[in-house]
Design a binder for this molecule. Structure first.
Ligand code: IMP
Ligand code: MG
Length: 185
């Protein structure tokens, strides 16, 4: 019977970053962050929904007394390309004034979303503001955004899994993969 169940893994053409490689990198980033923020007050700010899986995994490996908050943002317009004009769908619950803020993102593509978000949060007067991103597409960068903690540079391919979606699906894959092209239609 079980072979009749749909399996999202069947939609994947290629695994780009497997589960073990992901987990090793998350541990490495968490260790760096733990060293850098030891003895300081740290607030992780996740960009919903893509960064949720990564942020939870990352936080589980940072044994500091941190707090977490989330923002939901969306680019204006329905295109697959970022416009750089960002709408806040859900704001942070609390003030970030005088706090050490670490923005956690799933992927930096053009960088427009993240540079807007960083500028916006910087204006609220945090003690410090840094960025942690799991994935980066360097060939697509159009905006100047400095990522302080980076997981992987990847080629310019549309990827899903580990929080990243296509039409709200595939976020629950435990690895990063490329979808079969026939599914884009
Ligand atoms: P940017 O403003 O162009 O950097 O867009 C970044 C946002 O686009 C990310 O937070 C993702 O939500 C989305 N995105 C960019 N590339 C991909 C991808 O390959 N797969 C899934 N989502 C992506
Ligand atoms: Mg996103």
């Amino acid at each position: 019977m079980s072979e009749l169940l749909p399996d999202i893994r069947d939609d994947i053409l290629e695994v780009l970053i497997d589960e073990e490689t992901l987990q090793n990198k998350v541990a490495e980033l968490a260790a760096q962050i733990t060293r850098d923020y030891a003895g300081q007050d740290l607030l992780l700010v996740g960009a919903l929904k893509g960064a949720a899986v990564f942020m939870v995994d990352l936080s589980l490996q940072i044994p500091l007394p941190l707090s977490m908050d989330f923002m939901a943002i969306s680019s204006y317009g329905a295109s697959t390309k970022s416009s750089g004009v960002v709408r806040i769908l859900k704001d942070l619950d609390a003030s970030i004034e005088e706090r050490n803020v670490l923005i956690v993102e799933d992927i930096v593509d053009s960088g427009l979303t993240l540079s807007y978000l960083a500028e916006h949060l910087r204006a609220r007067g945090p003690a410090s503001l840094k960025i942690c991103a799991l994935l980066n597409k360097p060939s697509r960068r159009s905006s100047n955004v400095q990522v302080d903690y980076l997981g992987f540079d990847i080629p310019d391919k549309f990827v899903v899994g580990y929080g990243l979606d296509f039409a709200e699906k595939y976020r629950n894959l435990p690895f990063i993969g490329v979808l079969k092209p026939e599914l884009y239609r």
